[in-house]
Write a protein that binds this ligand. Structure first.
Ligand code: NDP
Length: 433
């Protein structure tokens, strides 16, 4: 705490992991001797830099950007870039820390990192987004590379931004290095199923949790917070498997549609027109919009937080329990507060933590890197099948690890320990670096 003052979210993420690791150090004392815990909490490298750019009125704007290269024991640093006004070092460090364990769980050779900027993309023109991305990459390019650090998207960073970032990287370095960024467009090195991967993966993980309980997603009423990349494709896969998704949200309000969210309309508004979610009710009769509403008060059997950190509190969890919720799978990173997690688990709700449940995005990014390295391009069906296998394996690994450490069915314990063991043993093998 004293070393990292004010980094609230980072402290929260570290505490949640460390609280579960006691039995691991008893079983593997060599990891304690090697001071793996102390080492893993300290990023290998943190880069903070200025991003000057000019808006459409010709005014000069200054933002701050970050890249935290947290751990490279398993492979090049890998993790997204977030553009949101709330971004500061504490958020990027929490995300980078979580990424280490998540990436280890995928079973693929990727280390953990994260980056972003306090730039707010809302209301900016395409030209402004492009100038900002070009300026950011003019510094970032010297720190990244397909064998070094491979950024991707996150909140506020999708295909458009990755395009501008990649274009500038290519221009500065004079190298068509496809593997330097993931989340690229399909006709310039991207992978099929990457756009869908995080949302689909969260539903695959949810299905496995329900299977253990002899249940399935079919016919269940679901609510999904957010209406961005993760939320949209979680809704798509949940609907494909027979669930009834009745609500989604953005930072201004909640849409409730008891007939089931019209996904084509939602995509048109969010992906094509880039409008606010409130536009949904103007186009759809029967749907209601709750301005500044709380999505967790909408009765459901399955809740999927897919927006942002700490969006599901103890009070929200109590409301889910009261309304008969049976499962929560986190599409977002750390969306449930520690108190919220306790309420859900005490009530016997199946709880899939983000580290495990949303690992499908980064896993498919690693598949994109594989395709780039072999100059290949796989079909949608094959890539989705690989994603599904990875999610089933992550679930099994977390479940079996929770059993091994006397916490059967506690996926928080399972994910933290399974991820930690993989990275910890690798760090020990690599010596004091
Ligand atoms: P997007 O930018 O596509 O969408 C984010 C959604 O969350 C928007 O609907 C946004 O609403 C809402 N949101 C963001 N910040 C807040 C806030 N402070 N309060 C309320 N709502 C908010 O991002 P993604 O869908 O890519 O990311 C969502 C979550 O999933 C994040 O936690 C991210 O780290 C995580 N994640 C993403 C992966 C990916 O592959 N994209 C992979 C793994 C995890 P509004 O438009 O009003 O801001």
């Amino acid at each position: 705490l004293r070393r990292n003052p004010g980094e609230t979210e980072f402290h929260q993420a570290v505490r949640e992991v460390l609280e579960t690791l006691g039995p691991v150090l008893v079983k593997y004392p060599e990891l304690a001797e090697q001071k793996i815990i102390q080492r893993i909490c300290e990023p290998e490298r943190q880069i903070i830099f200025r991003v000057p750019w000019q808006d459409d009125r010709g005014q000069i704007q200054i933002n701050r950007a970050f890249r935290v290269e947290f751990n490279s024991a398993l492979g090049p640093y890998k993790g997204g870039m977030r553009f949101h006004p709330s971004v500061y070092l504490g958020i990027i460090k929490f995300l980078g820390f979580e990424q280490i364990f998540k990436n280890a769980l995928t079973g693929l050779p990727i280390g953990g990192g994260k980056g972003g900027s306090d730039f707010d993309p809302k209301g900016k023109s395409d030209a402004e987004i492009m100038r900002f991305c070009q300026s950011l990459m003019t510094e970032l390019y010297r720190h990244i590379g397909e064998h070094t650090d491979v950024p991707a998207g996150d909140i506020g960073v999708g295909g458009r931004e990755i395009g501008y970032l990649f274009g500038q990287y290519k221009r500065i370095t004079n190298r068509y290095e496809s593997g330097v960024l993931t989340g690229k467009g399909l006709n310039w090195g991207g992978s099929r199923a990457r756009t869908e991967a995080t949302g689909y993966g969260a539903i695959f993980f949810l299905e496995e949790m329900l299977k253990v309980r002899g249940d399935s997603i079919e016919g269940k009423t679901c609510v999904v917070s957010g209406s961005g990349n993760v939320a949209i494709y979680a809704i798509e896969k949940a609907q494909a498997l027979g669930a009834r998704v009745i609500a989604c949200s953005d930072s201004n309000g909640v849409v409730v549609d008891q007939d089931g969210i019209d996904l084509a309309l939602l995509k048109q508004i969010k992906e094509v027109e880039r409008r606010r979610l409130s536009a949904y009710v103007q186009e759809r009769t029967g749907a209601t919009y709750l301005e500044n509403g709380c999505i967790w008060t909408v009765p459901c059997q399955i809740a999927l937080p897919c927006a942002t950190q700490n969006e599901l509190t103890a009070k929200d969890a109590q409301s889910l329990v009261r309304n008969g919720c049976i499962a929560v799978a986190e599409g977002a990173n750390m969306p449930t507060t520690p108190e919220g997690i306790h309420v859900l688990m005490d009530a016997g709700i199946a709880f899939g933590p983000g580290k495990a449940a949303n690992a499908g995005g980064v896993a498919t990014s690693a598949l994109e890197m594989q395709q780039n390295a072999s100059r290949d391009s796989w079909s949608f069906e094959y890539t989705e099948q690989r994603l599904k296998e990875i999610m089933v394996n992550i679930h099994r690994n977390c479940y079996e690890t929770s059993e091994e450490f006397d916490s059967k069915g506690n996926y928080v314990v399972g994910a933290n320990i399974a991820g930690f063991l993989k990275v910890g043993h690798a760090m020990a093998a690599l010596g004091l670096v």
